[in-house]
Design a protein around this ligand. Structure first.
Ligand code: ACO
Ligand code: OAA
Length: 377
């Protein structure tokens, strides 16, 4: 179907508002959070510092960071009611459904849900940041037939995710690779899930409703769900020597190749080189033939896609394989994205409320001409 002049299907190229939180600079293929290049944040800072930066506009000083960490660590445990509720959800549902239900439930329990003040919303955001990994870890363990492991307040945010999922914390290089992925996933301007959160917020609805809706938007394979789809695709291809042939068949069948392409970046995603470096270190550290085979396949498909179509990988491409090598189950990959992106979503919710205007575009009607209602028989 052709698009009539003046109609921007998918809002492609449409600038709908201003933001002070982050910017994707297409010309230089770069991304900044509150003015800081994301590669410098990934190289030098913790995920907790980045969360503080996104919410408060500045990196924390030592005292602010220590206070932020103490508050986040204290908020991690889930109460019995939540654990029981989550245990009742069918294991056939996707972990993103579990996470969406958990956030909705937290909203129903929140006594201050109507108070949309920046301070109340920041408190709710911190609670979500602290609790989401506990939900994700408990859900992954349940699907493996294991009991949940309570959070450990002596561990940093990234370390605690491993502790709750696996009962142990891997070496610092693996934890750092995970933390880099959290920093890179944290914020990306007006992407589909963030825009969803802003649309819900623009009606003056509450924070948990906006985050619940954003989780729904992130789940789809054209957005966050692609990090899982990447891993399914690599396992489907299986053999590095088959990458080119598989790609030709998939393109001939008009399949979308998961983890490639982007609405904004056309010459490659600014975050990919950083994540790919971290992934390469993970592969080298593993020194395992099976890991090397997967990494070779990953590289072969990337080269084939760039040479056939000129389409570059997005962040989900290296992140998907990295999460697999870290030992997470594939259905937990997009929930991990949520743990991180909740910082960006909630920063945007606060910003939307500060300069709110109801988001309500127009549509050009293309349906039936006006006609008379036939008499009921
Ligand atoms: C964290 C994130 O959310 S990053 C995005 C994660 N999503 C994915 O990896 C899913 C795969 N990628 C895609 O589907 C797309 O690249 C999107 C949805 C991300 C961006 O899409 P859009 O900006 O709408 O571009 P669109 O889908 O129109 O693609 C333009 C052209 O490139 C092709 N193309 C783009 N991406 C891909 C892909 N991954 N595989 C095959 N072809 C592709 C399209 O088929 C289209 O070709 P055509 O003009 O011949 O019809
Ligand atoms: O910006 C987008 O459209 C998708 C994306 O990369 C993200 O949300 O991180």
């Amino acid at each position: 179907m052709t698009t009539a002049p003046g109609i921007h299907r998918g809002l492609a190229g449409v600038v709908v508002d201003t933001t002070e939180i982050s910017t994707v600079i297409q010309e230089t293929n770069s991304l900044t959070y509150r003015g800081y290049p994301v590669q410098d944040l990934a190289a030098q800072r913790s995920f907790e510092e980045v969360a503080h930066l996104l919410w408060y506009g500045e990196l924390p000083d030592a005292a602010q960071l220590s206070d932020f960490r103490a508050r986040e660590r204290a908020l991690r445990p889930l109460d019995r009611t939540t654990l029981e509720l989550l245990a009742r959800l069918p294991e056939t549902c996707h972990p993103m459904d579990v996470l969406r239900t958990a956030v909705s439930f937290f909203g129903a329990e929140d006594p201050t849900e109507d108070d949309g003040s920046p301070a109340a919303n920041r408190a709710k955001s911190l609670t979500l940041l602290a609790r989401l990994p506990t939900v994700v870890a408990a859900d992954q363990r349940r699907r493996r037939g294991l009991d949940p492991i309570p959070p450990d307040p002596s561990l940093g945010y990234a370390e605690n995710v491993f502790h709750m999922c696996f009962g142990s914390v891997p070496g610092p290089d693996v934890v750092r690779c995970f933390e880099i992925s959290l920093i890179l996933y944290a914020e990306h301007s007006f992407n589909a899930s963030t825009f969803t959160a802003r649309v819900v917020t623009s009606t003056l609805s509450d924070l948990h409703s906006a985050v619940t809706a954003a989780i729904g938007a992130l789940k789809g394979p054209l957005h966050g769900g692609a990090n899982e789809a990447v891993m399914h695709m690599l396992l489907e291809i299986g053999d590095p020597d088959r990458a080119g042939e598989w790609l030709d068949e998939a393109l001939a069948a008009k399949r979308k190749i998961m983890g490639f392409g982007h609405r904004v970046y056309k010459e490659g995603d600014s975050r990919v080189p950083i994540m790919q470096d971290a992934l390469d270190r993970l592969v080298a550290r593993a020194a395992d033939p099976e890991v090397t085979r997967l990494a070779t396949l990953h590289a072969a498909l990337r080269h084939a896609m760039i040479s056939r179509k000129g389409i570059h990988p997005n962040l989900d491409y290296p992140a998907g394989l990295a999460y697999h090598l870290m030992g997470f189950d594939i259905p937990a990959f997009t929930p991990i994205f949520v743990m991180s992106r909740v910082t960006g979503w909630t920063a945007h919710i606060t910003e939307q409320l500060a300069h709110n205007s109801l988001i309500r575009p127009l549509a050009s009607y293309a349906g039936q001409e006006q006609r008379a209602v036939p008499a009921a028989s």
